[in-house]
Design a protein around this ligand. Structure first.
Ligand SMILES: [Zn+2]
Length: 287
């Protein structure tokens, strides 16, 4: 790579890192972090011919409909989130997916559902947490997409400049363990239940390659990570909520293949079904 190309690469990397959904660290090489490797010759999500499956919703006898808040990430003052490979602002993607998920959960009749952000409203994170607690919510799912790794300038046809990075795909479910028991255990149980069902549905868990120093992989399930940001930079909805709350990073928004899959009805349907069953699992008393 020429010196000019190196400089361009660094500039682009800085631009994307500054716009990232969550704080960045340098890509590490950590053998402790598991990397999901597909079998040779078997295409894995998000390859075009792979499929995600809508899991059937199974309710245990006597299941009582929990109160669930679906939080569309970002959309607060001066916090739009970064742009995807399609140049879509993350706050717009998050709102679209949160609305879709909320509607599907409501249709299942297994949950009482509220959205924390609607239309053009831009409530603060503090207000969202306070409203969820006042309602007596039993779970809060904050919907996001992620931008990971150094990216390159992509086609301008979507109104860019926007950036592309096809590696580091997959979902991540994030939680914080800064609370006392039983809230810590409830947060972890929710995160693990969701991640296991997402994997079962065919979504691939993120390896965590770019999370070094900011999230720690929870060995309880692939794709689950614990907030390890320095004090003052921790994720508000994870660390300052008094009910079990998780962030679902749905996918790598800079990946053209994965972002394309998230434009498909089948993806939204399978995602909602997996989340629904994960919520049921987390709210089913353990034997
Ligand atoms: Zn985000």
């Amino acid at each position: 790579m020429s010196s000019t190309a190196v400089l361009q690469h660094l500039v682009l990397t800085v631009v994307v890192a500054q716009a990232a959904c969550l704080p960045y660290s340098s890509p590490p090489s950590d053998p402790e972090i598991p990397v999901t490797a597909p079998e040779p010759g078997v295409p894995a999500w998000p390859a075009p011919l792979t499929a995600v499956t809508p899991l059937p919703l199974t309710l245990p006898k006597g299941f009582r409909r929990p109160k669930v808040v679906i939080d569309a990430g970002h959309g607060a003052y001066a916090n739009t989130g970064p742009r995807s490979v399609f140049c879509e602002l993350e706050e717009d993607f998050d709102l679209r997916i949160a609305n879709d998920l909320g509607a599907r959960l409501l249709t299942s009749k297994a949950f009482r559902v509220r959205l924390s952000r609607n239309g053009l409203a831009r409530p603060s994170y503090q207000a969202r947490a306070k409203t969820a607690a006042a309602w007596g919510a039993q779970a809060l799912l904050s919907i996001h997409s992620d931008v990971r790794g150094p990216a390159t300038l992509y086609d301008l046809q979507y109104g860019g400049p926007c950036y592309r990075q096809d590696a580091e795909t997959g979902f991540a479910v994030l939680y914080a363990d800064n609370a006392d028991a039983p809230l810590n255990e409830q947060r972890q149980r929710l995160a693990v239940a969701l991640a296991l069902r997402l994997s079962e549905a065919g979504f691939a868990p993120y390896s965590g390659y770019d999370y070094q120093g900011i999230y720690e992989a929870d060995p309880a399930a692939p794709g689950v990570f614990i907030d390890r940001h320095p004090r003052g930079q921790r994720i508000y909805m994870l660390n300052h909520t008094t009910l079990p709350a998780v962030v679902i990073e749905t996918h790598q928004a800079l990946s053209l293949p994965e972002a394309s899959r998230w434009r498909e009805e089948a993806t939204l349907n399978a995602f909602a079904a997996a989340v629904a069953q994960g919520l049921v699992d987390a709210h089913t008393p353990e034997p």
